[in-house]
Design a protein around this ligand. Sequence first.
Ligand code: PLP
Length: 450
Amino acid sequence: MTAHKILLEESEMPTHWYNVVADMPNPPAPPLGPDGKPVGPEQMLQIFSMPILEQEMSAERWIAIPEPVREIYALWRPSPLCRATRLEQALGTPAKIYYKNEAVSPAGSHKPNSAVAQAYYNKQAGIKRMTTETGAGQWGSSLSFAAQMFGIELRIYMVKVSYEQKPFRRSMMQTWGAEVLASPTNLTQSGRNALARDPNNPGSLGLAISEAVEEAAGREDTKYGLGSVLNHVLLHQTVIGLEAKKQFEKIGVYPDMVFAPHGGGSNFAGVAFPFLADKAAGKKVRLVAVEPTSCPTLTKGHYAYDYGDESGYTPLSLMFTLGHDFMPPSIHAGGLRYHGASPLVSQLLKEGVLEAVSVPQVATFAAGVQFARAEGIIPAPESNHAIRAVIDEALNCKKTGEPKVLFFNLSGHGHFDMASYDRFLAGKLEDYDYPEEAIAAALHNLPKVG
Ligand SMILES: *Cc1c(COP(=O)(O)O)cnc(C)c1O
């Protein structure tokens, strides 16, 4: 019998995270203040605690995972590496398809890998409260779980459309003890400004970040936690790729291509960066980020300094961006709506080390349904982007006869996203290409640096 699950013992869980900065061809571009000068730690310390900031700026190749973090990871880690033989058969492809199942975490996605670490370090630094934002609810539920594990109070600014459309993600956060508010609120200046512009403002991720950052900056006992994009978040997620490499080693297989959905870059980096170290040493492996055509940050965005949030509270990062005032089209159901991208992923993409593709949403749901019917698991709509790209590559292998090893990150399950599946099954989802004119226009609103 072909092995379907390649498992590791708890004792084989990685003891260190991998920091890609140590192996980058060029040092990462520094975040800048509005004056065009690199931001000092003082400014960052208003919203992040010291241990988090140290990781954010570290160039050490390996960073030890604290024992209390590993103990909580052990509630679901190591996660299985699975072979999708039924999907291979359904496609009639000679390709071998593997996926890492991050849906087995308490919150149902990869996000707790960083949430647990962030809650731990803030607790260590004597922090009592945290604020954060959430869009679809995955990050908010992950940090709620993690904050509960370490006895930290948590307030979550949840993008208003999601708050209304995803009541059960909200209950999940409340079950783990967090307070959840629909953003924009009238508790912050950013929220009040947004409501003054439009009382029916549906909210956006950028705006919710502004609210959460503003509150954390204004309170001594409170720090902010971000679920993606930043270097320390990507670092924590490398536990995924490090486990996967051990699992592949056990069966003597090495992937030709690694795929992951891309929103802010954390699960993609988490699964891909540990392979990048091998690539730097001469291994041939392609690392592909997959994003929606409705939010084509990596494939069509500008590589420029931009804010991470809507109001411009964050430092400027050099990254691919659609402009910090990007508002995602309301017909978009598949997540991955952030205007920017991780600076590390952006730089490595710009330097040609990584690749990115975009896929239209109807085809991503079709891929998700095909995966569910073959393998059983109903994937998160975000994960469907990677599955689409993998299926397309596997069908390509069918034409060429190549038995490529294709590996993707199943970043989460879709149990809270059935309303989106409903719309797909009822034929009500549409494709949408973010217009070229809007992308060109975003260039004019980018902050002037220096
Ligand atoms: C948040 C999320 C993503 C996208 O975020 P990244 O930081 O790009 O990983 C992808 N899949 C799932 C299931 C998510 O919850």
